[in-house]
Ligand binder design. Structure first.
Ligand SMILES: Cc1cc2nc3c(=O)[nH]c(=O)nc-3n(C[C@H](O)[C@H](O)[C@H](O)COP(=O)(O)OP(=O)(O)OC[C@H]3O[C@@H](n4cnc5c(N)ncnc54)[C@H](O)[C@@H]3O)c2cc1C
Length: 398
């Protein structure tokens, strides 16, 4: 049997893509191959659980548009499928004059991005969030929280109801494209398909090389380490509290995040990882380290970002340093409030010249589409990303 579509990767991007393909091609045959026993167990299941509003991104950019549309689509999907989510809003807090300047620039950007935003002063911030201190803040009312693993499970059910097959425990080990089809193997098992879409997250570069694509980048794992506050502090804030991001860095900074399970996490930082899928502190996978250490772009990015890399590494190893980041805006936090929580790991694509890729990156052949880079907020944006991929895949084959 030859499938119409095979999707590799049961993270939120692969699932949203498979869902759209079946919706647009009723009665077509689709299989989704996932190496794990469950859906959304890597980046998607280890993220902050935020439905972003889309204020940070360059106005008119694909990222801005996908986030704006994706936030609405995610809320609609959750409502339709009974997945709990909450639109709790977020405050981006400026704690010094430099950040006030950056905050004002962010306000203008939010307006250009058509995202509702309110500028509030220090007194109003104190009134809304008594435990939070700052010179002022931006309030973004439409930001929400959700458990993206639950979203993945619901997408999985939608796929099955539409006739798609979820092949779990199926690590793809070989991909071979010919003029007529693509053959995909997992050990001894073989599938054939007219079109292959690969959404492999942390393994995307390896899957591309496996398929013979000439790629110029390398995935470097960046750990996003979190702590969880004790139960007694679950009501410390009623919104999500973010620092004003440094526009030079691709990550948003350590934030206080209310989770949909009622808890509050602090994080994530962004520190070089020594294992692509090792979530515990100290995890090391020799193959993962050797691969990026041999890649010239890795050393170039280390040199370019050495100051922030050193600070992040120091704060990862030294809890008081991490705490100091949070105390800038939440001074009542104590060292004993930072309880262990599992880390997330970002699949960061790095190019040969040492650039950290902040945008989507795809690779295409006649019958294959590989998602090389699907950076944050790809969980929020997954539904329109799935539609965009389905548009690309619908093009006739030469
Ligand atoms: C710390 C952190 C915090 C974040 N916070 C947010 C947030 O709050 N909001 C937001 O919108 N975004 C957030 N993001 C970004 C978002 O989580 C990711 O962009 C998104 O989950 C990427 O989804 P994906 O499907 O591309 O990758 P993944 O979720 O990693 O899925 C890839 C899948 O491919 C499978 N796979 C890999 N290799 C193979 C193989 N050989 N065979 C078969 N299957 C394979 C994996 O097992 C995995 O299930 C965050 C990310 C991180 C790391």
């Amino acid at each position: 049997m030859i499938h119409d579509h095979i999707v590799v990767g049961g993270g939120i991007v692969g699932l949203a893509t498979a869902m759209t393909l079946l919706e647009r091609n009723p009665g077509s045959s689709l299989a989704l191959l996932e190496k794990e026993a469950g859906l959304g167990l890597h980046q998607t299941g280890h993220n902050s659980g935020v439905i972003h509003a889309g204020i940070y991104y360059t106005p008119g950019s694909l990222k801005a548009e996908l986030c704006r549309v994706g936030a609405a689509a995610t809320k609609e999907f959750c409502t339709k499928h009974g997945i709990p989510f909450e639109v709790c809003g977020k405050l981006i807090v400026a704690t010094n004059e430099l950040e006030v300047g950056r905050m004002n620039a962010l306000y203008d950007r939010s307006v250009s991005n058509n995202v509702e935003v309110e500028r509030i002063d220090a007194a109003e911030l104190k009134r809304r969030e008594p435990e939070i201190s700052g010179l002022g803040a931006l309030f973004v009312p439409s930001t929400g929280i959700v458990d993206y693993e639950l979203v993945c499970q619901a997408m999985g059910r939608v796929i099955q109801q539409a006739g798609g097959v979820l092949e779990m425990d199926s690590p793809v080990t070989a991909i071979r494209e010919s003029a007529a089809e693509v053959e995909v193997r997992s050990g001894e098992r073989v599938w054939r398909t007219r079109r292959l879409i690969v959404c492999g997250g942390l393994q995307s570069d390896r899957l591309a090389r496996m398929a013979g694509l000439p790629i110029e980048h390398q995935i470097v794992p960046f750990r996003g380490e979190y702590y969880r506050l004790p139960l007694s502090k679950n009501r410390i804030v009623s919104h999500l509290i973010y620092p004003v991001p440094d526009p030079e860095l691709p990550f948003l900074g350590v934030h206080l995040t209310r989770m949909i399970d009622g808890g509050v996490t602090v994080g994530p930082n962004a520190v070089l990882g020594f294992a692509r899928e090792g979530y515990r502190k100290g995890s090391i996978t020799a193959r993962d380290v050797v691969e990026y250490a041999r890649f010239p772009g890795f050393w170039r990015t280390v040199v370019k970002n050495r100051r922030s890399a050193m600070t992040e590494m120091r704060n990862s190893l030294w809890k008081p340093g991490y705490l100091a980041e949070c105390r800038k805006y939440c001074p009542s936090l104590e060292l004993s409030d930072l309880l262990p929580e599992e880390a997330g790991i970002r699949a960061q694509a790095v190019t040969r010249d040492g650039t950290l890729v902040h945008d989507f990156l795809f690779g295409e052949t006649d019958r294959m589409l590989h998602v090389y880079n699907a950076p944050s907020p790809a969980a929020t944006s997954s539904i329109p990303i799935g539609r965009m991929i389905a548009d690309k895949v619908a093009r006739p084959i030469n």
